[in-house]
Design a protein around this ligand. Structure first.
Ligand SMILES: [Fe+2]
Length: 183
């Protein structure tokens, strides 16, 4: 199981001009995700699906409920708009017979003066396990590659994970991302 940290910074466009962004303090960030074996812990998860074929090798992979994993988290952004989650790398999982979702984190952000903002972030980085498969699945994911999302916007939510450049977080890989709240 790969421990990860996600450090986000919420931004909003400045009231002084739409090209300028400023940190959004006090926003509520809700995270939910699959666990290390591609299972969720909500009603939408098909708990009868106890294994699925590996997308490359076809080898059966066990889908296991982890009672020690919370599957979700909540944070409030600080005065500079930052929030930090410590969690685990979620697995890919089958969405249909011929479509595997790449590993991803779901976010819902609520902030004063903004509509609820719901998004997903994805993974890249050469130190991540299974990065070859992750890159392949990222390339053909129907949600990430939706034609309504500009390629530059797609790349913004594929977050690079690496050892903490400051060396403070030593038990996991760190990904950092800025998220701009729609007005
Ligand atoms: Fe999902």
């Amino acid at each position: 199981m790969q421990v990860i940290y996600f450090r986000g910074q919420m931004l909003e466009t400045s009231s002084s001009g739409s090209d300028v962004c400023q940190p959004m303090a006090g926003a509520t960030v809700l995270l939910w995700q699959a666990n290390f074996s591609g299972r969720y812990n909500h009603k939408g998860d098909d708990s009868a699906l106890q294994q699925f074929p590996h997308p490359k090798t076809g080898k059966p992979m066990e889908r296991i409920h982890d009672e020690y994993f919370q599957y979700w988290g909540k944070a409030i952004t600080d005065e500079h708009g930052y929030f930090l989650f410590k969690t685990v790398l979620p697995s890919f999982y089958p969405a249909t017979d011929d479509w595997y979702r790449p590993p991803h984190l779901h976010f819902s952000i609520r902030a004063k003066g903004h509509p609820e903002f719901v998004t997903q972030t994805y993974f890249k980085g050469k130190t991540l396990p299974d990065i070859g498969i992750i890159n392949d699945l990222n390339a053909k994911d129907w949600i990430l590659r939706d034609h309504g999302i500009l390629p530059a916007q797609q790349e913004q939510v594929i977050v690079e994970y690496q050892p903490d450049p400051e060396g403070k977080l030593t038990d996991g890989l760190l990904g950092s991302c800025q998220l701009l709240l729609p007005t």
